[in-house]
Design a protein around this ligand. Structure first.
Ligand code: CMC
Length: 436
């Protein structure tokens, strides 16, 4: 018997099957040979939420959830957060290696020279009501960008892909800043490529024609680090959406519009918004134990806690906690921080959370930082999206250049009616209707 195999015995038939194991994984298609009758479909794996299904081979990001390790292209997140910059990390994720100085200079120049957006897109953003959610506006803006760059449909052409990467990375902060300015009813600030990636972003958000305006370097640096921490996280919900839509060979703007929609959800990127709402609702450190008791009773979840992959402290949360203190030196402390620290303290010593391995995740402290920087709460997930953009793009390129990939198309276990005949309207009986 070959050593790297799994022997499966089908007790229905007594037949034995040898299935190859590579990378601690069996090919799901190998299960299909396991049948009782020759015309059976064969065995499938049932895995709602894909908790134990590898959908691709990837060389981008490695996570060891038990040890709390996160590597981009092999480099530890702690080293990148401390020594690198967001655009350098974007290059690393997309091109696979750290750039030389000349490569980095060209990359930064190219990205920063794709920051202007089409005026049609600017005008379309104007059509949104002042209180439209920024994530819906961002998803819509990406769909509009798909119409403005129809060459992006050439997804099998490397030069076209590289062009879209520059456009998306360059333009997304401008779109985000214009969304922000639209919501507060202020004129748009057009990009200034001399200010660097996050510096220019802060400028586009904040500049009010002061004669002596300067971007605060601590805040720009904090955003840069936060973007690095969010830049990729392997096959999470929004990245899987990016890959799923990309697998149909849709252009990357359309795929990223879908990914933004997924990120918007409160169980994913929307959790940073939900954390601040939760901390505000708790209101005071003295209310923390009572709130935790209600979580334990299953009334609601502790937002910013728990992760599908991390069963240890999320390494990004540890770095973010430090960034928070740097930001508070500039902005002044936030009373919500005390509530967050108290909540973390109670949860980390409570058996409910210990036994389920629930630790603070990336969203637990990021919302407090964004709030201290005076971002409106609805804008938090847009910041997550700006950080995640290079990861989505790297994963999309890996997908479209992977010869083993096909259009994403899961199977189902059908539990509905067997075939039945159409009933004419006059002969139908009332059936209970779910009112929602
Ligand atoms: N608060 C209280 N209980 C929790 C929480 C939480 N935040 N998360 C999980 N649990 C419990 C859950 O009730 C279940 O308990 P039991 O075994 O008694 O039924 C157990 O822990 C396992 O939970 P699960 O739902 O099977 O875990 P999952 O891997 O499907 O969910 C998660 C992962 C992130 C969706 C979930 O932990 C959650 O809802 N967390 C709160 C939302 C949040 O912070 N999301 C941000 C995730 S990190 C950034 C990102 O991905 O965008």
């Amino acid at each position: 018997m070959a050593p790297d195999t799994l022997t499966v015995i089908d007790n229905r038939t007594g037949k034995s099957y040898e299935i190859p194991i590579t990378h601690e994984t069996i090919p799901a298609s190998a299960l299909r040979q396991i049948k009782v009758n020759p015309d059976d479909f064969g065995i499938m794996a049932y895995d709602p939420g894909y908790g134990n299904t590898a959908s691709c081979k990837s060389a981008i990001t490695y996570i060891d959830g038990d040890k709390g390790i996160l590597l981009y292209r092999g480099y530890p997140i702690e080293q990148l957060a401390e020594q690198s910059s967001f655009l350098e990390v974007a290059y690393l994720l997309i091109h696979g290696e750290l750039p030389t100085q000349a490569q980095l200079d060209k990359w930064v120049y190219d990205v920063m020279h794709h920051t202007f957006i089409h005026e049609n897109l600017t005008r379309m953003l104007e059509a949104f009501r002042y209180d439209a959610h920024p994530m819906s506006m961002l998803a819509s803006a990406l769909s509009i960008m798909s119409t403005l760059h129809p060459d992006a449909k050439n997804v099998d052409d490397e030069a076209s892909r590289n062009k879209q990467v520059l456009r998306i990375l360059g333009k997304l902060p401008t779109v985000a800043a214009f969304i922000y300015r639209h919501r507060i009813g202020r004129p748009y600030n057009y990009p200034n490529s001399d200010l660097g990636y996050t510096g220019n972003f802060v400028y586009m958000l904040d500049y009010m024609h002061q004669s002596k305006y300067e971007v605060n370097p601590v805040l720009a640096k904090a955003l840069d680090v936060l973007f690095i921490l969010h830049a990729d996280h392997e096959q999470n919900c929004s990245t899987s959406v990016m890959r799923n839509i990309g697998s149909a060979k849709a252009d990357p703007y359309s795929a990223m519009s879908g990914a933004v929609g997924a990120l918007y959800g409160p169980l994913h990127g929307g959790a940073n918004e939900a954390v601040v709402k939760m901390l505000t609702e708790i209101g005071s450190v003295k209310n923390v134990p009572g709130y935790v008791e209600r979580v334990k009773k299953g009334e609601f979840r502790l937002m910013g806690f728990g992760h599908r992959v991390y069963k240890n402290y999320d390494p990004r949360a540890r770095i973010i906690k430090q960034v928070a203190y740097d930001v508070f030196k500039v902005t002044g402390s936030d009373p919500l921080l005390d509530i967050a620290l108290a909540l973390e303290e109670v949860a980390l010593h409570d058996d409910y959370f210990i036994s389920r391995k629930l630790y603070p995740n990336v969203d637990f402290y990021s919302g407090i930082i964004y709030r201290a920087m005076r971002f409106p709460v609805e804008f938090f997930t847009v910041l997550f999206a700006l950080g995640r953009a290079p990861g989505w793009l790297a994963q999309w390129i890996e997908l479209v250049t992977d010869r083993e990939q096909r259009i994403a198309r899961p199977r189902q276990i059908y539990i509905g009616h067997p075939q039945r005949d159409y009933v004419p309207l006059a002969q139908r009986e009332a059936h209970p209707v779910h009112q929602g």
